[in-house]
Write a protein of this length. Structure first.
Length: 75
């Protein structure tokens, strides 16, 4: 008898309310399984777009974004 067959045989012997508890617990265990997908870099995600961003482009964008940011906080 396989594990699956043994579980099913035991499950069939339980009353319906206990079968529901087993199902709830099995679903809880299923949710705890974390599927780890490999992380993809931004460079890899955008590789098919033919966009070439340099460090200078990033530095310029940062400079533009933060240029109007207040340097001192008034209380």
């Amino acid at each position: 008898m396989t594990l699956e067959e043994a579980v099913l045989a035991t499950l069939r012997e339980l009353p319906v309310d206990k079968q529901q508890e087993v199902l709830d617990f099995a679903e809880y265990l299923k949710q705890k399984i974390v599927v780890k997908r490999p992380k993809r870099s931004i460079k890899g995600l955008c590789s098919d777009l033919n966009i070439h961003i340099t460090e200078e482009d990033i530095a310029e964008a940062r400079k533009e974004m933060w240029s109007n940011f207040p340097r001192e906080i008034e209380l």
